[in-house]
Each structure stands twice: as C-alpha cells, then as structure tokens.
Design a protein around this ligand. Structure first.
Ligand code: ZN
Length: 411
C-alpha cells in the first residue's frame, strides 16, 4: 500500500491460502503535504517494526477495524503515543488532512500487545517473533513461520552497531523482504565520520561559536549526545525538542538501550531544555542538539533564527535531507524558510553520514546469509534497488514492488 518503490510511507499486507492476513507497518511520509499509504483492507492484527513516523503515523486509522491488535516491542509502543500526538498537533497547525482523530488515537494506545525479542506469538495459522533490527532502540525485524514458508521482514535495518543499539543478525528464510534505502551506496567508515563530526564541532566552539545540530528525536539525537560525551565531555551541550520526552520512554524500557549505564551518565551530563528561559540560556551553549532533523520546524528553526547573525556559529546536519526539506534547501541554495520568510544563512554548514540504515555491502551480505529463494526489495529509490538486483539477481529471485500492485509467490 506504500513504501514499495519509495522511501517511507510503508504499509504492506501479507496473506496466504490459510486465510491468515497481517498488516506490517502503516506510516506516512512527513513531506509537505504528507504522503499517505493506500487504504488498508480489513485486518485483525498489525505488526509495527518501529516508531519512526514513516512506519507508524497512520496506525490509529486501523482502529476502524473491530478489536484490532498492534504488535511491537515495548519501546515502540511507549514511543507511539508521542509520535501520534505530535502528528495530530502538526496536522492541525499546518492544516493537513488526517484520516484519524483524537478518539482513534486513544483507542490505538489501548490496542498494543508488546513482545520481547525472540518470543513467539500466534496470528491465525502463523507463528511470528520479533528480532533486533539495529536501526534504533526497540526496532524489530519480523520472522513469520507459515505452514509452508519462513518469511523475514527486515523493517528499517542496520547490521552495524551504533552508539545506542546492537546491529541486526541475519536469519535463514524462504522469503526475505528487505529495505534497500542505501542500496548501491557505501557508507563512510563510521569511526572516521564520527571523528570528522567531532572535529567540526570543536572547530566552531574554539572560535567562540555555537554548533547547532538538528537531529531526529528518535535515535539520531541520542547517538549525537553519546558521541559528544565520549569525545568532548568538556563541552556544554544542550538538548531540546521532542527527543527529551522521548528519551524518558527509553529509560522506562531500558532493556533496549546498549550499555545503559553509560547512557545514564550521558543523560545526566546533557542539559535538557524544558522552558523558554532554558531556551534563551541555550543560546550561550557550546552545542545545541535539537529537532527537527531536516530543519522543517521545531526548536531548530528558532535557534537558527537567533544564531544566524554571528558567523562564528555553524550548522551540522547529521543525516539525509529529503527533497523539499529545509535542510536540503539550505545545503543547495544557502537559504531557508524561517517562519514563512525565505532567509539567506551565512553560516558554515556541514553534513555528516551518521545513518542507521545498512549500506550496500551490509545489505548484500545480510541477504546472502539469509539464503532466501525470493527477495522483495522495498523502501528504496529505484536506482538503489537496481544495484542490488544486478548484484544478487542471479542467486535470488528478486521482486521490485510497485505501490498498489500485489506480488504473488507460489514456490
Ligand atoms: Zn526508521
């Protein structure tokens, strides 16, 4: 229904001749205006891989089906409330249509069934279990055992360890549904990229400036805090935005956090911004880490507007900047819309690849270890899927889904 031949906006129904049918993920693409997946046929059970908005944003709409159950990890369930309330608020402020309302949201919060990694549960004639996906704390891959096939749905995947998570491990299966966001792309060495990032932060601070670091609330921001604590604990680092509330959910579900003790120390060291006066104080900081990660709103724009007058300040973008996003416009044109006015920004802008998606080599190795007969490549631009297709297409039967068109697998 979505996320076939595109990144994000994921929604997919799987069914077989036992009559069992499940939905996996139901997100929206947070573009302006947002992009929504197609309407879902009736289901009783949905499995949600993780709490990023492009996988979870439309889930409250599923409460239209009686007694629907949402399966996911405890952390995905806990964070869903923040994501849904924020989606609802943004849709009201921006005037975007949303097919679900506040009552659906409340009902959705009651509809979760949470599962530990590795714990089998039954849906119809199938057994399912979740496995660590590496992408962010609480993110899951889904293993499905039907009477005839073993299916592995990768969710958003990283096989590499990141500051806050342990990487995913392959599982032998007959059908592999693999996200391919970074197909054909080689990530820089993670340690080298982190070192380049830290050195840029230090450069800005040493010349008397403030380093503004827009970062996603769920995963990236906390990764950045860990890196700065480890490499530059003498810096005065402030953290603002939705990530502060979200991180509290992490502590309520600590089994998902890598090296919890260190992260507790990171969190004590981080200065959390929780009021307007905190925000003004943060302007005197060395570093501000805040949302939104693509400079499309949130406190990041407020800070940018205050910091833009002093050229000793700098901006460090920490990931992919989608087309039409504020961050992309800033990179390409040196301008950004601040509260409706297109504004030229004369600050140093640097971009770093601190992605928590597997790169091309990791994706191909993962697929090879899983030894599937069939593989479905989704959540990817066309060119990314094509590169994997040409590398593995002789060994594995590869399907390239298009939104709205079913794929039938008979063998
Ligand atoms: Zn994700």
């Amino acid at each position: 229904m979505g996320g076939g031949n595109e990144v994000g906006n994921v929604g997919c129904v799987i069914e077989d001749n036992t009559g069992t049918r499940i939905l996996i993920d139901y997100g929206l693409a947070p573009t302006r205006p947002p992009k929504y997946p197609d309407q879902c046929p009736p289901i009783t059970d949905a499995i949600i891989t993780h709490s990023h908005i492009d996988h979870i944003g439309m889930v409250p709409w599923l409460t239209q089906f009686n007694n629907v159950r949402f399966h996911g990890t405890s952390l995905t369930s806990a964070v869903s409330e923040i994501m849904w309330r924020d989606t609802y608020k943004v849709s009201k402020i921006e005037g975007y249509p949303l097919t679900w309302d506040k009552r659906d949201l409340e009902y959705a919060l009651e509809s979760w069934i949470t599962h530990d990694y590795g714990e089998w549960f039954t849906i119809g004639a199938w057994r399912c279990r979740l496995h660590r996906a590496g992408h962010m704390p609480g993110a899951a891959m889904i293993e499905i055992e039907t009477p005839t096939h073993r299916i592995l749905w990768s969710g958003d995947l990283d096989t590499r360890d990141s500051p806050n998570t342990i990487g995913a491990k392959p599982i032998k299966c007959d059908i592999l549904c693999l996200e391919a966001t970074y197909g054909g792309k080689k990530h820089p060495n993670r340690a080298d990229e982190e070192a380049r990032f830290v050195s840029e932060v230090k450069k800005i601070v040493e010349r008397g400036g403030v380093a503004l670091i827009p970062a996603f609330a769920s995963g990236r921001g906390q990764d950045i805090l860990r890196i700065l604590y480890r490499e530059a604990p003498h810096l005065n680092v402030h953290y603002d935005g939705m990530g502060t509330r979200l991180t509290r959910k992490w502590f309520e579900n600590p089994e998902h956090i890598k090296d919890l003790e260190t992260f507790e120390n990171v969190w004590k060291w981080t200065r959390k911004v929780s009021s307007k006066s905190d925000r003004k104080k943060a302007l005197q900081a060395d570093v501000i880490v805040t949302t939104s990660g693509m400079l499309d709103g949130g406190p990041a724009l407020w800070y940018l507007n205050r910091l833009r007058a002093d050229p000793s300040n700098g901006i460090l973008l920490t990931g992919y900047q989608a087309e039409n996003s504020g961050g992309r416009k800033l990179l390409e044109e040196g301008k950004i819309s601040i509260f409706g006015t297109l504004t030229k920004i004369d600050l140093d802008i640097a971009q770093f690849q601190l992605s928590n998606h597997a790169g091309h080599v990791e994706l191909c190795n993962f697929a090879t270890f899983c030894e599937p007969k069939n593989m479905i490549l989704f959540h990817a631009p066309e060119e990314s899927r094509n590169v994997i297709f040409s590398e593995l297409g002789e060994k594995i039967e590869i399907h390239l889904p298009v939104n709205g068109v079913p794929i039938h697998i008979n063998s």
